[in-house]
Design a protein around this ligand. Sequence first.
Ligand code: ATP
Length: 138
Amino acid sequence: VSRTLVLVKPDGVRRGLSGEILRRIEAKGYTLAAVQLVTPSRELLEEHYAEHQGKPFFEPLVEFMLSGPVLAVVAEGHGVIPGFRSLAGATDPTAAAPGTVRGDLGRDWGLKVTQNLVHGSDSEESAAREIALWFPAA
Ligand code: ATP
């Protein structure tokens, strides 16, 4: 059984979409193994997004992620890593297919950073790394 780290980003929490996003994860048949509302530190976010350091959207991305609480979720099930990425949809919510979280619930707000409601780990390796980061005791 695989595990993935899902984050409901500050835009999702602010807009009251946490429940809807958890609902979609559960409706797909995945299990919620851990759920916690987190106010992340800059250090945690810089570590989480280490692969994007140096990119033009890095600082706006970190600032956006610091703008309010984040719902950190460990979701579990066979195939959950690619499965959640399919549920989330394409990075750009304008391009994301209807039926996905970003396609149904997201849009372009004309900002420097893509506010796209959710994060999902992209591999077994990043899932392990990210779960350890967001749930240090788990
Ligand atoms: P995530 O890792 O959050 O699930 P992703 O894998 O679809 O998203 P990444 O390429 O890993 O996207 O980028 C991480 C996040 O950085 C994106 O979700 C988005 O919020 C932001 N981002 C990525 N590319 C851009 C860009 N060109 N301009 C602005 N923001 C961006």
